[in-house]
Write a protein that binds this ligand. Structure first.
Ligand code: FNR
Length: 384
C-alpha cells in the first residue's frame, strides 16, 4: 500500500470509501463554491520568510485554547453528520483528539450525542450550538453540555439560514441516507461504508432526539432547518447565551472587524474567524484574507482562532503569523475519519503536527506562541 504522505491522500481515500452522496456533503461548499476555493487558494498564495541562523533543535508547538491544553495549535472543529462517514464517527474522533491531546468540538448536528461522547472520553470537550427558534431546545442543549462537563460552548453565528449546497440537493442527501433508484448503484458499490453504517449506534441527529421532530430527507431537512433554526438571533440572543453559560464562550463565524469588537463587548472568551469552510455565504472573502485586520483589532483582549482551508502544517504557521492564537480544522480531520476511523483522525493530526514542526524548523521558528509577524508575506498567486 502507498504511504499516506499528506491530508490529500486521506482525502483521496475518503473519496474512494464513501458513496458520492456523503463525500460531496463533506467536500463541497455552497453555490458556485467561490469562497470554498478562495480559502485554500489564498493560504497557498502566502509565502513564508525564513531565518537560517537560529537554533531550532527545540521547538514548542503547545498552546492553550481557552484554558484547554493543545499539543499543537489546532482543535477538531465542529462538523455535522460526521457519524455518517464512519460508525459512531463523533465518538471515534473525540477519542482520537483525547489521545493526541487537542480540543474536540461536537456539533449540534452530529449523529452521536453529547452524552455518547461524554461517556466515551475523559477529556472535557467543546459543544457547538446552533440557535433554534424554541428557546427551551437551546436551554436544554446548553444544560446537557454543562452536565456533560463541556469546557466551552461554541456559538455558531453564520447560519441564519443554510447556504445552498447544490450537490447535496442533486444527490438527495438524507439523514439517515435512503436507498433510492437514483443512488442505489452509488450506495451499493460502497460495501465497506455500508457495513460500517450497520454498526452505528445511531442513525440520525443524536442531540436532537426527543428535543425536536426530525426531518428525514434533504428537501425536508432544508425546510426543517428553516422551521427550527432561528434567523432572528442577534446581539440580545448572544447576551442571553452568555448569561446562561458560565464557562468559556467562543463565537464562531466572525468575518468582520466590527463583529469581532462586538464579541469582546458581549463577553466572549474567544472568536473563530471563519466562513464555515465556504459552506454559507458564497462570495464571502477567504477567512485568511480578513484575519490580520480582525486579529490586530482584538487579539490582545480575546483569543482569536482561525479556520478555513487548513490542509498542511504550514497553513497553521501562516494563520498564526497573521495573528491567530490557534486554528480549527474541518475537512482535514473528517477526511481522516472517513478514510480510517479513529486511526485516520490520528493520522491527519500527526501529519499536521509533523509538517508544522518541519515548517517551524525550516523557517527558523522556536515557539509557536511567539510567531513573528514578518514570517508571512503575500506573493503573486501561482499560475493555474
Ligand atoms: C462544517 N462546519 C460546521 N460548523 C459548525 O459550526 N457546525 C456544524 O455543524 C458544521 N458542520 C460542517 C460539516 C462539514 C461536512 C464541514 C466540512 C464543515 C464548518 C466547520 O466547523 C469549519 O468552519 C470549516 O470546515 C473550516 O474549513 P475547512 O477546515 O473544512 O477548510
Amino acid at each position: 500500500m502507498n504511504p499516506i504522505t499528506s491530508v490529500y491522500d486521506l482525502e483521496a481515500m475518503a473519496r474512494r470509501r464513501l458513496p458520492h452522496v456523503i463525500f460531496d456533503y463533506v467536500h463541497g461548499g455552497s453555490g458556485r463554491e467561490l469562497t470554498l476555493q478562495r480559502n485554500e487558494h489564498d493560504l497557498c498564495a502566502l509565502a513564508l520568510r525564513q531565518h537560517d541562523m537560529r537554533d531550532v533543535s527545540h521547538r514548542n508547538m503547545k498552546v492553550q485554547m481557552v484554558g484547554d491544553s493543545a499539543e499543537i495549535p489546532l482543535a477538531i472543529g465542529p462538523t455535522g453528520l460526521a457519524g455518517l462517514t464512519w460508525a459512531n464517527g463523533e465518538v471515534e474522533a473525540a477519542k482520537a483528539a483525547e489521545q493526541f491531546g487537542v480540543p474536540y468540538c461536537l456539533s449540534t448536528m452530529s449523529i452521536c450525542s453529547i452524552e455518547d461522547v461524554a461517556e466515551a472520553t475523559d477529556r472535557p470537550f467543546w459543544f457547538q450550538l446552533y440557535l433554534m427558534k424554541e428557546h427551551k431546545v437551546n436551554e436544554s442543549l446548553v444544560r446537557r453540555a454543562h452536565d456533560a462537563g463541556c469546557s466551552a460552548l461554541v456559538l455558531t453565528l453564520d447560519l441564519h439560514v443554510q447556504g445552498k449546497r447544490w450537490a447535496d440537493a442533486k444527490n438527495g442527501l438524507a439523514v439517515p441516507p435512503r436507498l433510492t433508484l437514483h443512488n442505489s448503484m452509488d450506495i451499493l458499490s460502497h460495501p465497506r461504508w455500508l457495513l460500517s453504517m450497520a454498526k452505528s449506534r445511531r442513525r440520525t441527529f443524536g442531540n436532537l432526539q426527543g428535543e425536536v421532530k426530525q426531518a428525514k430527507h434533504l428537501k425536508a431537512l432544508t425546510q426543517w432547518i428553516e422551521a427550527q433554526f432561528d434567523p432572528s438571533f442577534d446581539t440580545e440572543t448572544v447576551k442571553w447565551v452568555r448569561r446562561i453559560w458560565d464557562r468559556k464562550l467562543i463565537l464562531k463565524g466572525i468575518m468582520h472587524v466590527d463583529d469581532a469588537r462586538l464579541a469582546v463587548d458581549l463577553g466572549a472568551d474567544a472568536i473563530i474567524v471563519s466562513n464555515h469552510g465556504g459552506r454559507q455565504l458564497d462570495g464571502a472573502p477567504s477567512s485568511i484574507s480578513v484575519l490580520p485586520e480582525i486579529a490586530d483589532a482584538v487579539r490582545h483582549r480575546i483569543e482569536v482562532f482561525f479556520d478555513g482551508g487548513i490542509r498542511t502544517g504550514s497553513d497553521i504557521v501562516k494563520a498564526m503569523g497573521y495573528g491567530a492564537h490557534a486554528c480549527l480544522s474541518g475537512r482535514a480531520w473528517l477526511y481522516g475519519l472517513a478514510a480510517q476511523g479513529k486511526d485516520g483522525v490520528l493520522c491527519a493530526l500527526t501529519l499536521l503536527r509533523d509538517e508544522l514542526s518541519d515548517c517551524m524548523a525550516l523557517a527558523g521558528l522556536q515557539d509557536v506562541c511567539e510567531m513573528p509577524e514578518d514570517v508571512v508575506t503575500a506573493q503573486p498567486p501561482l499560475a493555474a
